[in-house]
Design a protein around this ligand. Structure first.
Ligand SMILES: Cc1cc2nc3c(=O)[nH]c(=O)nc-3n(C[C@H](O)[C@H](O)[C@H](O)COP(=O)(O)OP(=O)(O)OC[C@H]3O[C@@H](n4cnc5c(N)ncnc54)[C@H](O)[C@@H]3O)c2cc1C
Length: 316
């Protein structure tokens, strides 16, 4: 237990309403499940974020940065840590260096991915349409290397700004960033993300000038396709498992194992998309975990393939 009265008072005096105690994470995740965060902070400016993070690091307090909470499963017991949401800060998008064949667009980590997609369409810029329909923020999108069959963040990333251990802002060009399937694995030669907990502040994207009508039409088709294939009207965290290989889709093998519609408590394998676990009736994190374990076991028995969660499980 890291939070004593003195620390609580300090947080309240510095951040007021932007800090909450024992805040249910079901209110801040797309799964709509999750127990309380000991401290939930939504800094309203970069300076507030800096102050909070230096205090946390100085006091060696456990922390976790949250984007839109769309790829997280917080356990029912909650988290004895400071959860920092960037939902209220770092939300600026701007156009940077502009050339004939390339336009750099800068976005804060708190910008919603869909806002960046809309910005690109509005400014007739090609490159972001792959991300249409991916919820969450730019920070989360980078950490997860969010993407679909037609592209991922790594394909358009130009650089990332992160908050260094001493509060300094470091900008890392894309060539020094190694991104893997659904994850940024490490920042080559500069920082090892498994050693230093990275806080992403902003990123720049390399897009290309294009034809407005063509980009808009393509966007319409991508959104329509997603709506047809995914249960976007029910709480979930998107695809629960990673695809086991480039040619093996997790959704396909879960479907082939006959698991669509399988239920545990309030959680169900979506009948529309087999790799979506959906919260149909006040599911608990335990329901979702039990269902995901059942899916893993049945798929392993049938195909000898161990499914690995794409969703990040947040626990004490
Ligand atoms: C309906 C639905 C559809 C989806 N479809 C897709 C899809 O097509 N493709 C896809 O890839 N994903 C998809 N997802 C999953 C999810 O939306 C993406 O992974 C998204 O990019 C996560 O962003 P977020 O801001 O919500 O991150 P969060 O879920 O809040 O966090 C994800 C990870 O990023 C870290 N993080 C977030 N922000 C920062 C920051 N600023 N600095 C450091 N670390 C940070 C968190 O600590 C955590 O480890 C879908 C989810 C839903 C609910």
């Amino acid at each position: 237990m890291f939070l004593d009265t003195y620390k609580k008072e300090w947080l309240l005096s510095r951040f007021g309403e932007a800090v909450k105690f024992d805040e249910p994470m079901s209110m801040h995740t797309s799964f709509r499940v999750g127990g309380p965060a000991k401290v939930f902070a939504r800094p309203e400016s970069f300076d507030d974020l800096l102050l909070l993070v230096s205090w946390i690091r100085e006091n060696k307090i456990p922390y976790f940065v949250l984007g839109g909470g769309t790829n997280l499963l917080v356990k029912d017991k909650g988290v004895d840590a400071v959860l920092i949401s960037l939902g209220d800060c770092l939300k600026k998008i701007s156009i940077g260096e502009t050339g004939k064949s390339r336009v750099i667009v800068n976005a804060g980590a708190g910008v919603e991915t869909r806002s960046l997609c809309s910005f690109a369409i509005k400014n007739s810029l090609e490159g972001m349409n792959f991300a249409l329909g991916i919820p969450g923020t730019i920070g989360g999108g980078i950490v997860m290397n969010a993407g679909t069959a037609i592209g991922s963040i790594a394909h358009v990333l130009h650089g990332v700004s992160i908050l260094g251990q001493r509060g300094e802002v470091k900008t890392i060009p894309a060539k020094d960033i190694k991104s893997g399937y659904r994850g940024l694995t490490f920042l080559r030669g500069r920082i090892d993300s498994s050693v230093e907990k990275i806080i992403i502040l902003a990123a720049s994207f390399s897009l290309a000038p294009g034809n407005h009508a063509k980009i808009k039409d393509e966007a319409g088709m991508i959104i329509a396709r997603r709506k047809k294939k995914q249960p976007t009207d029910l709480p979930s965290a998107g695809c629960f498992f990673k695809n086991p290989g480039p040619d093996t889709s997790a959704a396909r093998i879960i479907d082939q194992a006959g698991l669509k519609g399988l239920k545990k408590g309030g959680a169900m394998v979506s009948p529309k998309h087999a790799n979506f676990i959906i919260n149909i009736n006040n599911a608990s994190a335990a329901d979702i975990l039990a269902l995901s374990k059942d899916v893993q076991d049945r798929v392993e028995n049938r195909f000898n393939i161990k499914l690995v969660p794409e969703v990040i499980i947040v626990e004490e």
